[in-house]
Design a protein around this ligand. Structure first.
Ligand code: 5GP
Length: 191
């Protein structure tokens, strides 16, 4: 999606360790007009999938999921990171290794908000090694919910997550796919 690619080229910064920093519009400050357009694009890409719920993980996935959910007119459920007393004990959990923090964490979703009747679109900000997506898929599996597809804002195509998920026949749509990045250049996959 050219709008997102242009924004990444304009405002993104490449950090050591293969991390793209996009704090100015998605990961800290939110560019609401841009994120609204990303939500519409997710809707265009998955509009035939009969989505009943959107699942993401806190915190950076929430704004994207919210923007998409406005188009689908469905609720958003976000997995919480860690164990939360106020979520209760009737929960689905998945242990995930955080790419950016370099430590494991537990995703938690209350059983009240996800069930076998749901057809779920998973949305997240980045796809790198695929650990966050796998955690969300594990939670869907525990709920017996169906997967409508996975929508990602920025996929780092030089990491294996996207290829692994697509290789299993999962419908993955990434609005921008980065083929390569260095301190002073970001190369997108032609889409
Ligand atoms: P994965 O689990 O696919 O390895 O990584 C995806 C998760 O790690 C995303 O939820 C995102 O929060 C974070 N992440 C991975 N790569 C990057 C990156 O290059 N930049 C930022 N800002 N977050 C990333």
């Amino acid at each position: 999606m050219k709008l997102l690619e242009d924004k990444i080229l304009q405002d993104g910064r490449v950090l050591p360790g293969g991390i793209l920093k996009i704090d100015s519009f998605l990961n800290h400050q939110l560019d609401v007009a841009l994120i609204t357009e990303l939500g519409k694009e997710f809707y265009r890409l998955f509009s035939s999938a009969r989505v009943t719920k959107i699942l993401t993980v806190e915190s950076s996935g929430i704004a994207l999921a919210f923007a998409a959910a406005q188009c689908f007119s469905v609720p958003v459920v976000f997995a919480k990171k860690g164990h939360h007393k106020n979520v209760g004990s009737d929960v689905y959990t998945a242990d995930v290794f955080s790419f950016t923090k370099g430590i494991p964490y537990t995703m938690t979703v209350s059983k009240a908000y996800l069930g076998a009747e749901d057809n779920v679109l998973v949305i997240d900000d980045f796809l790198a090694n695929g650990a966050a997506a796998e955690g969300l898929l594990s939670i869907l599996g525990q709920a017996g919910a169906k997967l409508a597809g996975i929508g990602i804002a920025v996929e780092k195509g030089f990491q294996p997550g996207g290829a692994q998920l697509r290789g299993r026949g999962i419908h993955v749509e990434s609005l921008a796919i980065i083929d390569a990045m260095t301190d002073d250049s970001i190369v997108f996959k032609a889409q």
